[in-house]
Design a binder for this molecule. Structure first.
Ligand code: HEM
Ligand code: HEM
Length: 172
């Protein structure tokens, strides 16, 4: 008995392959930045002291944590699931447009969050002025806005994957 399943048309669409690879390349890029960030932050005693003890210095730790978690970890999960699900159900992705929106929204949101976490951590520790708390709060509101973009991007991804899987299993 021949059990070979022929991949459905569209599963290997070049644009889908390109975006799946972009998620993997983004994962590698964020891993290199996030791991180096950890090594530098932990390796230099002055920096370690700053992030552990300066007012708001901990926000720089949070930037490191989130670039790793939302960058390295999530991008790997996205790339793997985008590869895996269409092959599992033998159907192309429900919407290529949503894949692109997901990719760009997640990346812009993540980079925005990390930049603002870092800026708030640096200003919070170095600026002794009376305005510093208000400035940090404004920057953290910005983290919230970019974080909302990341959240929406995750919902879009989930919807697209759900719609791809919805009509059951492999039709062959
Ligand atoms: C070579 C890789 C890495 C190095 C050298 C590194 C190093 C560090 C250092 C030095 C700290 C701060 C410790 C302190 O002073 O309190 C830290 C905190 C942290 N790291 Fe990493 N790290 C690495 C990879 C990762 C990865 C892959 C993740 C997540 C997937 C991660 C998540 C975190 C989190 C969540 C914190 C704590 C943030 C907080 O307390 O708010 N790190 N890391
Ligand atoms: C939309 C995305 C996200 C936003 C906007 C966000 C925002 C934040 C903020 C504002 C904090 C600081 C809270 C505080 O001041 O103590 C925080 C802490 C943290 N978040 Fe996230 N986060 C997001 C996603 C995630 C994800 C997906 C993970 C893990 C997979 C994660 C892991 C952590 C960890 C480990 C801490 C540090 C807890 C601590 O050291 O006290 N975050 N996050």
């Amino acid at each position: 008995m021949n059990t070979t399943v022929t991949p459905a048309a569209g599963i290997n669409h070049p644009e889908y392959t390109r975006y799946t690879l972009l998620f993997v390349y983004a994962c590698i890029t964020y891993a290199i930045i996030g791991f180096s960030w950890g090594a530098i932050m932990g390796g230099f005693p002055l920096l370690r002291m700053y992030v552990d003890t300066a007012p708001h210095g901990r926000l720089i730790l949070l930037a490191h944590g989130h670039i790793n978690l939302l960058g390295w970890v999530e991008m790997a999960i996205f790339g793997a699931i985008y590869y895996f699900i269409p092959r599992l159900v033998n159907r192309p992705i429900y919407s290529m447009k949503l894949v692109k929106i997901h990719f760009w929204m997640h990346n812009v949101g993540l980079v925005g969050m990390v930049l603002l976490f870092t800026t708030a951590g640096v200003i919070g520790g170095y600026d002794p002025g009376p305005e510093v708390e208000a400035t940090v709060n404004r920057l953290m509101a910005g983290v919230g806005l970019f974080g909302t973009m990341v959240l929406l991007a995750n919902i879009i991804w989930g919807y697209n994957i759900f719609k791809t899987g919805k009509s059951g299993t492999n039709p062959q």
